[in-house]
Ligand binder design. Structure first.
Ligand SMILES: [Zn+2]
Length: 78
């Protein structure tokens, strides 16, 4: 909770630059182990190496909200 408060205090410009960097970044693929996961569409990420498709956040592969949703789905299933 304390960390979230600090982040909301950041300037819009700083926040925008961070989002821009994260959108362009390549993320680690758990399937093939390479850093080749790129944003394909909103919330859709694809590994350029093994073509695995991930459903993630709009701007980053994993978000706190996404993790919470996954936990919620896991909770329903079990
Ligand atoms: Zn992969």
């Amino acid at each position: 909770m304390a960390n979230a408060s600090i982040r909301y205090g950041a300037t819009i410009r700083k926040r925008y630059q961070k989002i821009k960097q994260e959108k362009q970044a390549q993320y680690h693929c758990d399937v093939c182990g390479r850093d080749a996961v790129k944003r394909k569409n909103t919330s859709i990420w694809e590994c350029k190496h093994c073509k695995t498709v991930y459903a993630g956040g709009a701007y980053t592969l994993t978000t706190p909200a996404g993790s919470a949703a996954k936990r919620l789905i896991d909770g329903i299933k079990s």
